[in-house]
Design a protein around this ligand. Structure first.
Ligand SMILES: Nc1ncnc2c1ncn2[C@@H]1O[C@H](COP(=O)(O)OP(=O)(O)OP(=O)(O)O)[C@@H](O)[C@H]1O
Ligand SMILES: [Mg+2]
Length: 367
């Protein structure tokens, strides 16, 4: 594209200014994550050349929140911080176009694609900046930008575990049990300061220590003035309802049932993926023997392996040489009849017990 003309500023001569930075203020109820913040800190500590770090993990595990925290803590190290909600190629372009207008207000009337180009040119000719590409759907959406920009620091958050060539990847896991309990208590006590929280540990365990679920459960407890014990009972009796409920003012797109919708849609082109996930949903969440899954599948082994690989690439499962782990809420939502439509049709039996009966242990060395 040709960028030029009387209204087009020379981007390389526009200085960075921290006052122009734009990033979210982050969660006021932020808990824990000191190790993860240290890991992110170590990863961005580059040698002055471009540093690109991808924080990846299951939907709702706290990637965006961690990155926002990091930015808030360390913004003063950078000459400019720019945060883009990067969930589509066009969202990235428009976030970059906004950067150009912020740096050079006289570009406001230029076409958006031209402003995007000017922002890339600015990034490529300056250093000392931090750019966050939040909620990136696929590494491919950042490829062109990463090819053209060889300075500065880029932090990416994405659900995608693989495909990060030349990028330092940090996998983010769920909260520790104590962090999850702390989050739940903080969320509840913001609105209900003298709440009594019996069974808070059991509830957090049932929610698999996933921050999104813990936060939503806390908001529900506060709004309805019920105890964690009563919430556990509701989860057992009405799982579908509880996974689709939002509290007043909550985001209906961020309920547990919906949050993995996009991921499942993206996986829909591999038909065996839906079938496999539905089968995995009925095992105990940890240490599911791979052999058992492969030998008992209707599909040939290469199809099962492909499906496993794709689920792992989207952080929906964790693969080991001998075992598979699935987050227990991914299982619960997959087992629940009112969950989002699966990638392929099929029957979903209603669980008789909310908790899965554990599998018999594999023979040592035979998993
Ligand atoms: N360390 C934390 N302390 C407090 N709240 C947290 C923490 N981590 C996550 N949360 C809360 O959990 C919810 C989910 O977090 P977040 O949006 O960061 O997840 P994500 O991994 O970016 O999800 P997605 O893949 O859908 O983008 C948020 O509402 C956030 O406030
Ligand atoms: Mg996010």
């Amino acid at each position: 594209m040709v960028v030029g003309g009387p209204h087009v500023p020379a981007m390389e001569s526009i200085p960075a200014s921290a006052e122009l930075s734009r990033f979210p203020r982050g969660s006021d109820l932020f808990v824990g994550r000191s190790d993860e913040l240290d890991r992110l800190d170590a990863a961005v500590a580059g040698s002055g050349r471009a540093v690109v770090v991808a924080v990846h993990g299951l939907g709702g595990v706290g990637k965006s929140t961690l990155s926002a925290r990091f930015v808030r803590l360390h913004a003063d190290r950078y000459r400019l911080v720019w945060w883009i909600t990067a969930d589509s190629a066009s969202a990235i372009d428009s976030g970059l176009a906004d950067l150009a207008t912020t740096l050079a207000p006289q570009t406001a009337n230029l076409p958006s694609d031209q402003r995007t180009e000017l922002a890339v040119r600015w990034l490529a000719t300056h250093d000392g900046w931090l750019l966050v590409l939040d909620n990136l759907t696929t590494p491919a959406h950042a490829e062109e930008l990463l090819e053209r920009v060889r300075t500065g620091t880029i932090v990416i958050t994405s659900r995608q575990a693989s495909g990060w060539r030349g990028v330092k990847a940090i996998q983010l896991d769920v909260l520790s049990p104590s962090e999850a309990m702390e989050l739940l208590s903080r969320v509840v006590r913001t609105e209900w300061p003298d709440a009594d929280l019996p069974d808070v540990d059991r509830l957090c365990e049932e929610l698999g220590w996933l921050p999104l679920a813990v936060e939503q459960a806390g908001a529900y407890l506060a709004q309805t003035r019920i105890t964690p014990t009563a919430y556990l009972d509701l989860l057992r009796r009405y799982p579908a309802r509880m996974f689709t409920t939002t509290v007043e003012g909550g985001d209906a797109q961020r309920t547990m049932a919906r949050v993995w919708h996009i991921t499942l849609d993206r996986l829909a082109d591999t038909p065996s993926v839906g079938r496999l996930l539905r089968r995995l949903a009925w095992y105990a969440p940890e240490a599911i023997p791979r052999r058992l899954i492969i030998t008992s599948a209707r599909e040939p082994e290469p199809d099962v392996l492909e499906a496993l690989g794709r689920l792992a690439a989207y952080n929906m499962i964790t693969l080991d040489t001998h075992t598979i782990a699935v987050h227990r809420l991914v299982q619960a939502v997959t087992r629940t009849p009112d969950r989002p439509p699966p990638p392929t049709g099929g029957h979903h039996p209603r669980p008789r017990h909310h908790r899965c009966p554990p599998l018999p242990r594999p023979l040592p060395g035979r998993a």
